[in-house]
Design a protein around this ligand. Structure first.
Ligand SMILES: Nc1ncnc2c1ncn2[C@@H]1O[C@H](COP(=O)(O)OP(=O)(O)OP(=O)(O)O)[C@@H](O)[C@H]1O
Length: 623
């Protein structure tokens, strides 16, 4: 392979050593960046001639101090995205990466100044450095290509340069830098601490007087200093001879001592190796614990060695799909690397996990296969759900025909499939509410946690984990904590799960993303408010996803499900139904036999849904 590719591979290996991440340590093993074998270089994008073009390692809990030239050996790099890690060091020198278009280093622990060398990146389109500890002034960015810029939540100082490009961004791009001033920030430059440094004209006279005084004082100090240095020099000269003699003796002693010290250091290093070995052995002794009668078909090492694909980062940490080929029964498994948990002892963790697998035996709950616990690593291993999650099924378009890029569509998601999802989730939630104690049995019911297995059976994931999450994180990220009761009196209960179920039903019926469970970066709608508004403003026919609303024979069932959804979403928890009641009503909705019966006239205003829905929403929503 060419010298350049070797250089790039070596630079990746340096990064690997810096991050020292157990997953990357086992995954980054390729000879060099092959476009065809991305799994050997997780997060690395390669060009067709095998150069590194992108480094995309977001939210992986990476640590380590990145050196200034860590990226200098990737001349083809167009993207660096390391956001939401804990990487420290200065903002790296990227002046030799002329092709860079996107830099996202936000949410790390970077410090020091933003390097002016970034000004030489003429193709730069986005620069995101927010949520770090950067200091100093903002360089005068003026690349016309720059469309996204964010340096908020740092400690940057001084006036924002008046270049047209920097002035075109909103104040949000600069917020929370107390010593940054001038437009577009909301902090005027003549105020507060800033004014002391960048003095106004009226202060200039005073300051020049002060400068004069200081100059005289400095002159006196200089003279005194000079005399002192001369005296010291004479003293030094006198003692030099004595010192020379002492040095000679010392060198002799040192030589003898050095031999002894070397031997000591060697012994110390050997001792350290033994400790590390012992620790490694201790970890190895801890094995994957298989639960629920699952046969131990693979070991921890197999998981680490298996080709892995990142599925995403959730509230508990990163989730990977690992392909274990050659094992009977299980082909792919999902590994959740638990991070950001409440501090837990081995016993507490095991108790919680036992609670999960003791109750996993329900056809609509995703079974836990195994778990692993050590001080540094906590893993949960689940069965891989072949047909993905409900969020993607509802919202994501896929290529209709392989190879035809323009023809994109959704996998058909007919009324009967949606009804069976509503039923499966209701049954799973009822089971959790009846069988698992605790205040919030699920706590995070949303469409990315509803999975479809190889038989299209709906399985709910992430149950039994809510009590592992610390309250500040739970209140930011878990769906139950978005409920009206948590907003008003900071309390959640099983009824918060019922509310989440109502939101999920509305997502299922409308095919709109719910604001309460939208994945990061995706905007959603407050669906309950939106449905009520749709009725009030008489565009009721638009509530339902056209894909199902044209199945006219199912309209009664759809209205019934909408009624249940709104009842579950009632602002007052006491007025919401129990899940047992919900299951009863959802089970009673008739499955329409013929799915082909469609209203081909395409006139939505003629739909019975638009006549019945207002009465239902305005009137009694009880089940
Ligand atoms: N067993 C599984 N089979 C298939 N896909 C899964 C499985 N478990 C999780 N996923 C998918 O992997 C992705 C990441 O999951 P993860 O649970 O880490 O985060 P999340 O569901 O997006 O958020 P949260 O942690 O808040 O629930 C999601 O898209 C999820 O649907």
């Amino acid at each position: 392979i060419s010298e350049y590719l070797v250089q790039e591979r070596d630079a990746l290996l340096v990064l690997k050593a810096i991050f020292n991440d157990p997953f990357l340590n086992t995954n980054w093993t390729g000879l060099h960046c092959y476009a065809d074998y991305p799994s050997q270089w997780y997060g690395i994008q390669c060009s067709h001639d095998d150069h590194v073009t992108g480094i995309s390692l977001q939210s992986m809990g990476l640590t380590g101090k990145v050196s200034a030239n860590a990226f200098a050996y990737f001349p083809e790099l167009t993207l660096i995205s390391l956001n939401n890690n804990s990487i420290s060091g200065n903002v790296v020198n990227l002046s030799s990466n002329h092709k860079l278009k996107h830099i996202d280093l936000s949410g790390n622990r970077l410090y020091g100044q933003i390097l002016p060398s970034l000004l030489s990146l003429h193709l730069l389109e986005s620069l995101q450095l927010q949520d770090n500890s950067l200091t100093g002034p903002i360089p005068e960015f003026n690349q016309s290509s720059l469309k996204v810029f964010n340096v908020s939540n740092n400690n940057l100082k001084g006036p924002i340069p008046t270049t047209p490009v920097l002035q075109s961004f909103s104040s949000a791009s600069y917020s929370n830098n107390p010593e940054l001033c001038g437009p577009p920030s909301e902090n005027p430059c003549n105020s507060s601490a800033f004014s002391e440094k960048y003095t106004s004209d009226s202060d200039n006279k005073d300051s020049s007087k002060r400068t004069c005084k200081f100059a005289t004082m400095f002159l006196i100090f200089d003279v005194i200093g000079l005399v002192a240095v001369m005296l010291l020099f004479i003293l030094y000269y006198k003692r030099a001879k004595k010192l020379k003699k002492m040095m000679k003796n010392m060198q002799k002693d040192l030589k003898e001592d050095g031999e002894e010290a070397e031997a000591e250091a060697e012994a110390e290093a050997e001792e350290r190796v033994v400790v590390v070995e012992e620790k490694r052995e201790e970890n190895n002794k801890k094995k994957l614990i298989f639960v629920g009668g699952v046969e131990a078909e693979f070991e921890l090492n197999d998981l680490f060695k298996a080709p892995a694909e990142g599925l995403g980062k959730g509230i508990f940490g990163n989730t990977y799909k690992a392909k274990l080929e050659g094992y009977m029964g299980v082909k792919s498994v999902v590994v959740k690397r638990l991070r950001d948990l409440k501090p837990l002892s081995d016993e507490e963790f095991t108790k919680q996990v036992n609670m999960i697998h003791e109750h996993h035996n329900h056809p609509n709950l995703l079974p836990l296969l195994a778990y692993y616990y050590s001080k540094d690593e906590k893993l949960l291993v689940y069965k891989y759900a072949e047909n993905g999650n409900l969020f993607n099924r509802i919202h994501v378009l896929v290529s209709k025909y392989a190879g035809e890029k323009s023809s994109k569509d959704r996998i058909p998601f007919r009324w009967s499939s949606r009804l069976s999802v509503a039923r499966g989730v209701a049954r799973a939630l009822e089971y959790l509410h009846i069988n698992i104690g605790g205040i919030v049995p699920h706590g995070n019911l949303k469409s990315t946690n509803i999975l479809l297995d190889e038989h299209e059976t709906v399985v709910v994931s992430d149950y039994g984990l809510s009590s592992l999450v610390a309250l500040p994180i739970a209140s930011q990220r878990m769906v139950s904590y978005k409920s009206p009761e948590y907003q008003s009196n900071k309390r959640v209960s099983r009824k918060s799960d019922v509310w989440s179920y109502g939101c999920l039903l509305l997502e299922l019926l409308t095919s709109r993303v719910s604001v309460h469970s939208a994945p990061p970066g995706i905007n959603g709608v407050d669906l309950s408010t939106w449905v009520h508004r749709a009725v009030r403003e008489e565009w009721t026919a638009e509530i339902f996803d056209p894909e199902i609303s044209k199945q006219r024979s199912a309209s009664h069932g759809m209205l019934k499900l909408l009624q249940i959804a709104l009842h579950c979403c009632d602002k007052s928890p006491d007025k919401r139904p129990e899940m047992t009641e919900v299951v009863r009503v959802v089970e009673n909705i008739k499955v329409v036999e013929s799915e082909d019966e469609e209203d081909l006239s395409g006139d939505p205003s003629d739909d019975s849904l638009s006549i019945t829905a207002p009465a239902m929403v305005a009137g009694d929503q009880r089940l």
